[in-house]
Design a protein around this ligand. Structure first.
Ligand SMILES: Nc1ncnc2c1ncn2[C@@H]1O[C@H](COP(=O)(O)OP(=O)(O)OP(=O)(O)O)[C@@H](O)[C@H]1O
Ligand SMILES: [Mg+2]
Length: 308
């Protein structure tokens, strides 16, 4: 079987993570406990996941002409990801997330998109031949919405599957919901899109139903330790999560989305969602975003051992 071709269109950020005893009050200075610089951004995370899961992976986005941009290129390049569609912004800096991880629990995060907004509908137009060759495209909402819509529309014209990871949470225009192949929010994103608070499978079904009513063609809701829920015009079903003891659930959703893109064409929606649930579960077993993305062999072994 040939490798699936997956294009990820989205954000690349550098996470600047400081561990602190507690978050400072306005005007206050405190001493941090440790600091690290980690590659992140939903787009870059999904590209790393897709590459490790065995896809021929392309990443389209925009970084700054700075050291963080160079770090992203180097990190993504090391995963074997094609970066010919990763732009460098002439003035804006690479996107950052400044994260305070407080010992007492609450985290504070400031995301500054900067160069991520440099990928435009014109870039999508330029990518037409590449898009036409893809088996799947995954896309998130950390880049301009007009670019998201242009990409979804172009892929639809060309008959290419798209998966819209609806993060970060926001009210998503109906014109985007309608043109996406698969609309895939997590619980908070689903609430932002439908006003249904998702705390049970019943709630998830109601939220998915409302997304269908907004014009979605297929919906895959990510439900954390409850697994996932699928809905189309013909059917709906819940796929329970694998039971694991999570260490850090950050970017489980990115592993899930990438896995869904890889597996969707190969079998039924149920099989693809099981594969994605396994990738998501495995991502919770290691700390960090990109370091926790599982390899194809790990997912296959996990599914074999768990007997689906
Ligand atoms: N605690 C868990 N136990 C088992 N599987 C999990 C757990 N958390 C997440 N998963 C798997 O990963 C998938 C995606 O996780 P989740 O619903 O948390 O996405 P998310 O909120 O978008 O995550 P993020 O945005 O942090 O990457 C779930 O649908 C599930 O399959
Ligand atoms: Mg997510």
């Amino acid at each position: 079987m040939s490798k699936p071709h997956v294009l990820v269109i989205g954000s690349a950020n550098i996470d600047l993570v400081t561990r602190v005893p507690r978050c400072p009050k306005p005007g206050e200075s405190i001493i941090g406990l440790s600091f690290s610089t980690v590659c992140g951004g939903k787009g870059a995370n999904q590209a790393v996941a897709a590459a490790r899961l065995g896809a021929e992976t392309y990443f389209a986005g925009c970084v700054g002409d700075d050291a963080f941009g160079a770090l992203q290129r180097e990190t993504l390049g090391r995963e074997g990801i094609d970066l010919s569609r990763l732009k460098t912004h002439p003035v804006e800096s690479t996107g950052t997330a400044v994260i305070l991880v407080a010992e007492e629990g609450q985290n504070s995060i400031v995301v500054t998109p900067s160069a991520n907004y440099g990928i435009t509908p014109a870039d999508i137009q330029d990518m037409t031949p590449l898009i036409a060759r893809m088996d799947a495209i995954t896309i998130q909402l950390e880049i301009p919405l007009e670019t998201v819509e242009a990409a979804l529309r172009k892929a639809r014209e060309l008959g290419v599957l798209t998966i819209l990871d609806a993060g970060p949470a926001q009210k998503v225009p109906q014109s985007i919901v309608e043109v996406a192949g698969i609309v895939s929010p997590n619980e908070t994103e689903a609430e932002a899109m439908t006003k249904v608070r998702v705390e049970s499978i019943e709630d998830a079904r109601e939220a998915a139903f409302r997304l269908m009513h907004q014009g979605a063609r297929e919906v895959v809701l990510k439900l954390g330790k409850m697994g996932a829920l699928y809905m189309s015009a013909n059917e709906w079903f819940h796929v329970p999560a694998y039971e694991v003891k999570p260490v850090d659930t950050v970017a489980a959703g990115d592993a899930f989305t990438a896995a869904l893109g890889i597996a969707w064409q190969a079998g039924s929606p149920l099989e693809a969602i099981r594969f994605a649930n396994a990738a998501g579960a495995l991502a919770t077993l290691k700390e960090g975003a990109q370091p926790s993305m599982p390899a194809r062999e790990e997912v296959d072994r996990f599914i074999y051992e768990r007997g689906r």
